[in-house]
Write a protein that binds this ligand. Structure first.
Ligand code: HEC
Length: 145
């Protein structure tokens, strides 16, 4: 019975944390956060061909590439879209606040060219962090690069 109780309260905690996340979705506009705080380095949408042409002028990988790489690289043994989304959001939230060469999933060539991203700790509050990462994930749904 005790175990069942624990399991139940874990489930409830999970459900209410998911609920909290959905609630947050409405309050801050992730796209606005992107435009104000990320766009100066990460272009929103571009093809690979165009990227190669203007590579020298870029400050960071385009956001469409960032999203596609994370979705390619973070794989689950069993397909579960919800868990995958949560895992990628967690990775992004950590990376954006605490970037690190060892954690980066960017191409070696891109890291050589751009260096590691500066931490956005001072630029983002927690709500903005949640909103912008959710926006990134959903904006590029099904989008390859
Ligand atoms: C001053 C330029 C700059 C700004 C501003 C910036 N980034 Fe970055 N970002 C980079 C560079 C350079 C990289 C690639 C190197 C790396 O992975 O650290 C990167 C990589 C990333 C990655 C990929 C990490 C990985 O390992 O695949 C994510 C996610 C990301 N940025 C999100 C954001 C978000 C969200 C914002 C706005 C809140 C933002 N960045 C603002 C320069 C920037």
């Amino acid at each position: 019975m005790k175990k069942l109780g624990l399991l139940l309260s874990l489930c409830l905690a999970f459900v209410s944390s998911m609920h909290a996340e959905y609630e947050q979705e409405g309050s801050v506009d992730g796209y606005k956060v992107y435009k104000q705080k990320c766009q100066m380095c990460h272009i929103e949408m571009i093809t690979k061909k165009e990227t190669l042409k203007i590579f020298k002028t870029l400050k960071a990988p385009p956001m469409v590439e960032v999203s596609a790489r994370l979705k390619e690289n973070i794989l689950l043994k069993e397909d579960d879209d919800e868990v995958k989304r949560e895992l990628i959001l967690t990775f992004m939230r950590d990376y954006i606040m605490n970037p690190d060469l060892d954690k980066s999933m960017c191409h070696v060539g891109a890291l050589d060219r751009f260096g590691v991203m500066p931490s956005q700790k001072k630029n983002l509050n927690n709500e903005e962090l949640h909103a912008v990462t959710q926006w990134i994930y959903d904006r590029y749904e099904g989008q390859n690069f």
